[in-house]
Design a protein around this ligand. Structure first.
Ligand code: HEM
Length: 534
C-alpha cells in the first residue's frame, strides 16, 4: 500500500486523523508516529538479529518496564469510586466552609476504601482496619477526610506510626505472614503499647471483617474544628453512616471467601455501582465546645478515645453518594493522593498529636510515591475550582505560569494575590508551655473504653471477639507475649481474659497488667505463668 491508499481525515483544527484499513484509528507511538507492524520486531532478515533502529519496539518496552510505581507504604490495597456530597442544611453558625452553606448543593467527591496491612495483591477479607478516605472537591479547594472504619487508633502519637506498621507487616527476615495480624511481632508491639487496647478490641470484633465497603461506617477519628465567619471555633468529630446499615461476615466465611474470591469487596462495589445500585453514607457530626470536653475523664485530643453517641448524639449534615466507577484504576484509584492537611477555610485541626504528625506525613509520602511535586497536576488530584499560584517547573510540570510574572508582589499589576478576607485563616488558638517530650496525664487510661466497647457487644459478638483473640494468639509462638495480652484482657474483662487464657492452655492466670506499664519489658515469662504445652 502507498500513502495514497490510507484513509485520511482532517479535523476542525487541521489535525490529521488516520484510519487503519479496518476503519479503526491508526496505532501510534507516544510521539504520535503511526505504526505499521506491532507484532514483529525489526530484524536483519526474517531469522536474523534484532536491530537497534527499531524505535517503536524500544519505546513500547521502555514504557512497559516503567509501569510500576511504589505501592502505598500502608493501605496499599484499595478500591475507589466517584460520587458527590450533598449538604442538608446551612452550617454557617459553625463553619464558613463553602460546601456546608447551601442546602441541596452537590459537591463532587472521590472515595478510596482500603485494607491497611496487606500488599496491593492481597485478599479483601483480611481481618484488618479498612481505610475510608474521602476527597471532596469544594469551591475553596480539596477537603480530604482520610478516615478509617474504626473510630479510634492504635497509638496516641504519630512518632510511633513506623513501629506499629513495621510490627503488623510481614516480618523482615521471613517476609510472612502476609496481610494478617496473627504473628509475634504484631502482638509483641501491641502488648507493649497498652494504649492500643481499645483499638485492638475493635480489630478483634466483627468490624474488622466487613461484608462489603457498602456496609461499613467511616470515622475521621480525630477531633477537628469547625470555624465560622466570626472566627469562632466548635470541636467536631466526623462519622460516615452507611444507608444500608452495618454488616460483617463471620470468620469462617471470611476465610472461605478469601480463597474463593480474593476480590470480593472490589467486585461488590463494581457490581453495585455498574447496576445503578449507588451506595450512600450520611455524614454525621458530633459538635461540642471546650466546656463539654472538660466534663470527660478522657482527653478529646487522645485518638484512642471516642465520645459515646449516647452522650453526644450524631447530627446528620449531608450525604455521600457513589455513582461512578473510575475509567482507569491506575490513573484514578492508584494515583489519588489523600492528605489530612487538605482542609478548606472553616475546617481546622486540633492538637491531637496523631493528627499533627499525619499532617506532615502525607505530603512527604506523596512526593515519594508519585515521583515529585507536581502530583496535583494529575486530574484526580487537581482541584475542581479555579486555582492560581506561581509554582513552576519540576518533573512533569504541566501548568507553568504564563508570561513574564512568576512572583508576587510585582509591579506589572498581574495576579494572583493573597487575600486576608477570602484566604485560609488558622484558628488563633492560644498556646503556651515548655518544649517537652511528654505524654499528657489525661492520655493515661487505656482500658475503660476497651471495656465499654466489649460490654456494648451482643453475646454472639462477644463470642466472636474471644474466638478471634484465641485464634490470633494461638499463632503467637512466644509464651510471654500471649501472657502479656491476657494480663491486659484482665483489665478489660475478667471473663474474657479467663476464656482466652483457658483456651490458650494457661494453668493459672497472669496478674493483671500494670496500667502504667513501662513500654520496655524483658522477655522472661513471669513466675505466675505456666503453660500446658511447656
Ligand atoms: C494512608 C488513614 C494514621 C501515614 C492512609 C490511608 C488512609 C489512612 C485511609 C489510605 C489513603 C488512600 O486510600 O489512598 C489513617 C487514619 C489514621 C492514620 C484514620 C489515624 C487516625 C497515620 C499516621 C501516619 C500515617 C499516624 C504517619 C505518621 C500514612 C501514609 C499513607 C497513609 C504514609 C500512605 C499514603 C499514600 O501513599 O498515598 N492512612 N492513617 N497514617 N497513611 Fe494513614
Amino acid at each position: 500500500a502507498t500513502i495514497h491508499d490510507q484513509k485520511l481525515h482532517r479535523g476542525a483544527g487541521g489535525e490529521l486523523h488516520q484510519f487503519a484499513e479496518d476503519g479503526m484509528p491508526v496505532l501510534t507511538t507516544a510521539q504520535g508516529g503511526p505504526v505499521s507492524d506491532d507484532q514483529n520486531t525489526l530484524r536483519l532478515g526474517a531469522r536474523g538479529p534484532a536491530l537497534i533502529d527499531d524505535f517503536h519496539f524500544r519505546e513500547k518496552i521502555f514504557h512497559f518496564d516503567h509501569e510500576r510505581i511504589p505501592e502505598r507504604v500502608v493501605h496499599a490495597r484499595g478500591y475507589g469510586a466517584h460520587g458527590y456530597f450533598e449538604t442538608y442544611e446551612s452550617l454557617a453558625a459553625y463553619t464558613r466552609a463553602d460546601l456546608f452553606q447551601r442546602p441541596g448543593e452537590k459537591t463532587p467527591a472521590f472515595v478510596r476504601f482500603s485494607t491497611v496491612a496487606g500488599s496491593k495483591g492481597s485478599f479483601d477479607l483480611a481481618r484488618d482496619v479498612r481505610g475510608f478516605a474521602v476527597k471532596i472537591y469544594t469551591q475553596q479547594g480539596n477537603w480530604d477526610l482520610v478516615g478509617n472504619n474504626i473510630p479510634v487508633f492504635f497509638i496516641q502519637d504519630a512518632i510511633k506510626f513506623p513501629d506499629v506498621i513495621h510490627s503488623v507487616k510481614p516480618e523482615p527476615d521471613r517476609q510472612f505472614p502476609q496481610a494478617q495480624s496473627a504473628h509475634d511481632n504484631f502482638w509483641d508491639f501491641i502488648t507493649l503499647t497498652p494504649e492500643s487496647m481499645h483499638m485492638i478490641m475493635w480489630v478483634m470484633s466483627d468490624r474488622a471483617i466487613p461484608r462489603s465497603f457498602r456496609f461499613m461506617e467511616g470515622f475521621g477519628v480525630h477531633t477537628f474544628r469547625f470555624v465560622n465567619a466570626a472566627d469562632e471555633s466548635t470541636f467536631v468529630k466526623f462519622h460516615w453512616k452507611p444507608k444500608l446499615g452495618l454488616q460483617s461476615v463471620a470468620w469462617n466465611e471470611a476465610v472461605k471467601i478469601n480463597g474463593a474470591d480474593p476480590d470480593f469487596h472490589r467486585r461488590d462495589l463494581w457490581q453495585a455501582i455498574q447496576s445503578g445500585n449507588f451506595p450512600e453514607w450520611e455524614l454525621c457530626v458530633q459538635l461540642f465546645d471546650q466546656d463539654f470536653a472538660d466534663t470527660f475523664d478522657f482527653d478529646i485530643l487522645d485518638p484512642t478515645k471516642l465520645i459515646p453517641e449516647e452522650i453526644l448524639p450524631v447530627k446528620p449534615i449531608g450525604r455521600l453518594v457513589l455513582d461512578r466507577m473510575p475509567d482507569n484504576f491506575f490513573a484514578e484509584t492508584e494515583q489519588v493522593a489523600f492528605m489530612t492537611q487538605n482542609v478548606p477555610p472553616g475546617i481546622d485541626f486540633s492538637n491531637d498529636p496523631l493528627l499533627q504528625g499525619r499532617n506532615f506525613s502525607y505530603l512527604d509520602t506523596q512526593l515519594k510515591r508519585l515521583g515529585g511535586p507536581n502530583f496535583t497536576h494529575l486530574p484526580i488530584n487537581a482541584p475542581k475550582c479555579p486555582f492560581h499560584n506561581f509554582q513552576q517547573d519540576g518533573h512533569m510540570a504541566m501548568r507553568n505560569p504564563v508570561g513574564r510574572v512568576n512572583y508576587q508582589p510585582n509591579s506589572w499589576n498581574q495576579g494572583p494575590r493573597e487575600s486576608p478576607v477570602q484566604g485560609y485563616r488558622h484558628f488563633p488558638a492560644e498556646e503556651q508551655g515548655p518544649k517537652v517530650r511528654l505524654r499528657p496525664e489525661s492520655f493515661a487510661d487505656h482500658y475503660s473504653q476497651a471495656r465499654q466497647f466489649y460490654i456494648s457487644q451482643t453475646p454472639p459478638e462477644q463470642r466472636h471477639i474471644a474466638a478471634a483473640l484465641i485464634f490470633e494468639l494461638s499463632k503467637v509462638e512466644t509464651p510471654v507475649i500471649r501472657e502479656r495480652m491476657v494480663s491486659h484482657l484482665s483489665n478489660i474483662d475478667e471473663t474474657l481474659a479467663s476464656k482466652v487464657g483457658h483456651a490458650l492452655g494457661f494453668k493459672s492466670m497472669p496478674k493483671p497488667a500494670d496500667a502504667a506499664m513501662p513500654t520496655r519489658q524483658d522477655l522472661e515469662p513471669s513466675p505466675a505463668l505456666s503453660i500446658v504445652e511447656q
